[in-house]
Design a protein around this ligand. Structure first.
Ligand code: AMP
Length: 441
């Protein structure tokens, strides 16, 4: 085994109150601390309700995948494949990558496990980390989390109702999280039949114009991507570019029309943005992103990807999906739910006095656990006052006081923290008594 030597480490200056440690989380990757967990749990709770309601089943794929899955799926010449993948060399000389997104892995799994043999369409969702070697900045990380919804059908029916369902489910999740002023931007980028003509028109339009180096490259590899350009000087040129909507073939036009009819039916606030193309090669027809009116970073992005399965060497699978960026959502809902989320508040706090009571507390706690009564405690604190301090902070409505006398007699005091009323209860009856009181509340 090769010896791995640690490099000498530099001390770093940290903010006041933080420990001085030479190690930091890797650039663009963050710890999620316990104080933020209620926000993540809130997101997961709403996500669970939405996925259950719209009938999506969970799928998990490995964090590492073969490099070629993304080269073929996302496409050479894309930022993700050219610049942003974390590549891991295996000892056997192969190359794996930390997944930069999860749609290609889901389609890989769909093909690999023959999910087309199950009732179609398959409605799948995933939730997990993705990795892109980007320049970290606000709302853009190197490790981030996505919730994705995908509707895949091995029967090759590219029904516009599925496009609409994906947009509707994503929108409603954000709405359930009380995110205000949501705007859906939507476009159709056509199909194999009509897109080549549009690409040609776009290239002709850009020819000879004073555009950035990236755009010049994009024109050669995938002209559609000039519409992704954020360079200031290219913006006036981009504004005058021909619109993809004018070049859609009849089936693509009718597909788009149907999607819009469905969205109109449920009154979703979408706007057409004919310059929305999204960065990945695998999309066709519908593409969309969801923003808030105030923000310029998308909270969610998705679209139809009927060719991806074939690009990966599989049978034709028509599919549409969305990826929702969890970090960006957490930042938005942080102000909405300040102090409002308290997911692990135990309703009962156990306080002990003396060594015998402390020992017996352990079996009492186990007894309560078996009865599914969550109980908080501070058995590591010796004095009654420091235990009460913890109890105060926990804010549990009931306290159990286990003194020396009680521990010898096989009883315990139940104190209602609001009224201050106390009652002695035999240990054999305590679980029932607590259930009764908690149920009553
Ligand atoms: P994409 O897979 O690029 O379409 O991204 C889908 C969603 O994931 C975006 O709308 C963002 O909310 C989120 N996202 C993408 N890249 C990042 C990143 N580097 N950091 C944080 N969130 C991201």
């Amino acid at each position: 085994m090769p010896k791995v030597k640690a490099k000498s480490v530099k001390k770093v200056n940290l903010k006041e109150g933080q420990a001085v440690l030479p190690f930091q989380a890797p650039k663009g990757m963050r710890d999620i601390l316990p104080q933020d967990m209620p926000l993540w749990e809130k997101f997961e709770k709403e996500a669970k309700q939405i996925t259950e309601f719209y009938n999506f089943s969970k799928i998990e794929t490995p964090i590492l995948e073969n490099l070629d899955l993304f080269v073929r799926g996302i496409g050479e010449g894309t930022d993700i494949v050219e610049k942003e993948m974390f590549v891991v060399r295996t000892r056997g000389g192969g190359k794996l990558v930390l997944r930069p997104e999860m749609t290609a892995p889901v389609v890989r799994a769909f093909i690999q496990h023959g999910l087309h043999r199950l009732p179609q369409p398959q409605r799948l969702y995933y939730l997990g980390p993705a990795f892109r070697h980007e320049n970290p900045q606000s709302g853009r990380f190197r490790q981030f989390h996505q919730l994705g919804l995908e509707i895949l059908s091995g029967e090759g029916e590219s029904d516009p109702v599925y496009d609409a369902e994906i947009v509707i489910a994503s929108y409603h999740l954000l709405e359930e999280l009380k995110i205000k002023n949501l705007v859906i931007q939507l476009n159709s980028i056509g199909c194999r039949t009509c897109r080549p003509t549009y690409k040609k028109k776009l290239s002709e339009y850009y020819r000879g114009k004073d555009i950035c180096r990236d755009c010049k490259l994009r024109l050669q590899i995938n002209p559609l991507r000039v519409l992704d350009c954020k360079n200031k000087n290219c913006q006036p040129i981009k504004a005058g570019a021909p619109s993809v909507l004018d070049y859609l073939c009849a089936p693509c036009k009718s597909h788009l029309k149907r999607v819009l009819e469905f969205l109109d039916e449920v009154k979703l606030p979408y706007i057409m943005n004919s310059q929305l193309v999204r960065g990945l090669d695998y999309y066709n027809r519908t593409v969309f992103e969801i923003f808030t009116e105030e923000g310029d970073l998308a909270l969610a992005g998705g679209g139809r990807y009927d060719y991806l399965s074939e690009m990966l060497g599989g049978r034709p699978v028509s599919a549409v999906g969305v990826a929702i960026g969890i970090e960006r959502i957490i930042e938005i809902i942080r102000s909405t739910y300040t102090n409002g989320l308290n997911s692990h508040k135990a309703k009962v706090f156990l306080v002990y006095i003396g060594d015998v009571a402390r020992i017996k507390s352990l079996s009492l706690i186990e007894d309560l656990r078996k009865n599914r009564i969550p109980v908080a405690q501070a058995l590591g604190k010796n004095s009654l006052s420091s235990q009460l301090e913890v109890a105060q902070k926990a804010g549990s409505p009931l306290a159990l006081i286990f003194g020396q006398k009680e521990s010898h007699e096989g009883s315990i005091i139940v104190r209602d923290m609001e009224s201050g009323v106390q009652e002695v209860v035999p240990l054999t009856k305590i679980a029932d008594e607590l259930k009764h009181r908690l149920h009553r509340d």
